[in-house]
Design a protein around this ligand. Sequence first.
Ligand SMILES: Cc1cc2nc3c(=O)[nH]c(=O)nc-3n(C[C@H](O)[C@H](O)[C@H](O)COP(=O)(O)O)c2cc1C
Ligand SMILES: Nc1ncnc2c1ncn2[C@@H]1O[C@H](COP(=O)(O)OP(=O)(O)OP(=O)(O)O)[C@@H](O)[C@H]1O
Length: 162
Amino acid sequence: MYARDDAIPTDDGTERETAMTRTVIAQGTFDILHPGHVHYLEEAAAMGDELYVIVARKANVDHKEKPICPATQRRDVVDALEAVDEAILGHEEDIFVPIEELDPDVIALGHDQHHDDEAIRSELERRGIDCEVCRASAGEPTDDDQLLSTRLIIDRILDRRG
Ligand SMILES: Cc1cc2nc3c(=O)[nH]c(=O)nc-3n(C[C@H](O)[C@H](O)[C@H](O)COP(=O)(O)O)c2cc1C
Ligand SMILES: Nc1ncnc2c1ncn2[C@@H]1O[C@H](COP(=O)(O)OP(=O)(O)OP(=O)(O)O)[C@@H](O)[C@H]1O
């Protein structure tokens, strides 16, 4: 399934056909990357052709501890991942502004994100954005010592060095 127009040259170069690109959005805090983030972003990338990642602003992280790293650093590290086409800083006040600008085909919510899927769907509808909302799966540790959560990494640091 495709959505966004992309002009491409035909064999004789005189006319152009239309191909479509399926755009996916993932989002999150991404403070101290770990393999769970890689799992999520690779799964989100596989849902379409282009993956954009919205990196949450500190002010909007209000359901847990604020991130340690600045937003630009979190964005730059996410942007360097192979699965990611572009990471962008989220909007400070209205989280639907980047969605309106990017006009995605899919929003991939993380497996444990606190957002209510139905509330997001109805806000998208209200704003006239035609977009699927799906949930990604949880990445599991591949060995007992893996830390697939920023909070667990910070807890381990505090435990060992605090
Ligand atoms: C569809 C969607 C769009 C979002 N856009 C933004 C945004 O523009 N700015 C922002 O600061 N956070 C944005 N967020 C992130 C949330 O506000 C929240 O901070 C985010 O879920 C981080 O939590 P997590 O790291 O626990 O997943 C967005 C979340 C969703 C689901
Ligand atoms: N183990 C994991 N498997 C799959 N997705 C994950 C995993 N850990 C985080 N994610 C996803 O990555 C995105 C960003 O997550 P976030 O930055 O909150 O990381 P976190 O490790 O869950 O943080 P914290 O431990 O502080 O809650 C979210 O969509 C989240 O669901």
